[in-house]
Design a binder for this molecule. Structure first.
Ligand SMILES: Nc1nc2c(ncn2[C@@H]2O[C@H](COP(=O)(O)OP(=O)(O)OP(=O)(O)O)[C@@H](O)[C@H]2O)c(=O)[nH]1
Ligand SMILES: [Mg+2]
Length: 276
């Protein structure tokens, strides 16, 4: 459950799959994926129950986030102990997370070994795209859940077994809201915004931009066709996060990708990994 949208996704409803496998790594009964612990159906509740129920929901949400933070700290130690640079890629649906990964993997194949955890509500589509590049990949399907959490990453790493001294890219569920709240144990969050989304997004979704270390502004090949002021977008994002770095690029044409690769190499060097 997350306190922003109130979604409640029991761990049993989350599945972990590798491309080319028929059955999920953990298969469970999905007949009743939604628990009844979130109390959103208030139709039959009395008013005095309503207050109790609301404070109980806040408490449950706080506990879940605290529990998540503990697991995230565990993951962070696990990554650090193995020299793995883990990055959490977040964006609204369709900004180009998978496209950036596809090109990054093929361009850096010789120098930066990458593996990928893909997060989506349903389907193996993104994992299939990554598998086609040859990189190790595991798909996490969150069902009704709108974000990955630290427990899912722990289980995904058990399955994927990322190699020490490599980069682990975690593509979160396309959503600019809830993934901001859930630390996965990553070294950095990379937020991707594409120029078709409007340059005011950092002001409307400040939590995500405040939590990110790097902002990729994608699809700049489309700038002649859309009303998007890149400078205004960056200024808006700096209002909520003065330290945020930016790279303007187009995953499909390759323009600007070199600066992203340089950022990646610098982060890898800073985290003790190989540089080249
Ligand atoms: N013109 C243009 N299109 C792009 C670019 N990057 C991605 N796209 C297109 O945008 C669409 C969505 O790209 P994806 O990479 O699937 O986006 P995503 O963020 O992974 O999407 P979800 O996983 O569904 O949230 C696809 O049709 C891509 O081809 C780009 O730089 N320029
Ligand atoms: Mg994707």
């Amino acid at each position: 459950m997350c306190d922003t949208c109130g979604c409640s996704q029991p761990a049993e409803a989350v599945t972990f799959r590798r491309p080319g496998t028929e059955t999920p790594a953990h298969s469970h009964d999905h007949a009743h994926p939604h628990d009844h612990d979130h109390g959103h159906d208030h139709q039959h509740e009395h008013h005095h129950d309503h207050d109790h129920s609301q404070s109980r929901e806040v408490k449950v949400a706080q506990d879940i986030l605290q529990q998540n933070d503990l697991l995230a700290a565990h993951n962070r130690g696990w990554f650090a102990g193995r020299g793995i640079l883990a990055l959490n890629l977040v964006s609204s649906p369709g900004s180009g997370k998978t496209s950036v990964l596809e090109r990054t993997i093929s361009d850096l194949r010789e120098t930066v070994p990458l593996s990928v955890i893909e997060g989506d509500q349903q389907t193996l589509r993104d994992a299939d795209r990554i598998a086609a590049t040859g990189a190790p990949v595991l798909q996490v399907n969150t069902g009704k859940g709108c974000h990955l959490d630290a427990a899912m990453i722990q289980r995904a790493c058990d399955e994927l077994k990322p190699v020490p001294d490599t980069v682990l890219m975690i593509e979160n569920v396309g959503n600019l809201v809830c993934p901001a709240l859930f630390d996965l144990g990553e070294a950095a969050k990379v937020v991707i915004i594409s120029v078709t989304e409007g340059d005011d997004k950092p002001l409307k979704y400040p939590t995500m931009f405040a939590a990110a270390d790097l902002c990729l502004i994608n699809k700049i090949d489309l700038l002649p066709h859309v009303n998007f002021d890149v400078d205004a977008c960056e200024a808006a994002a700096r209002q909520v996060n003065p330290k945020l770095e930016f790279v303007r690029l187009a995953a499909t044409t390759g323009e600007g990708m070199d600066r992203w690769y340089q950022w990646l190499r610098d982060r890898r060097a800073a985290s003790g990994g190989e540089t080249d």
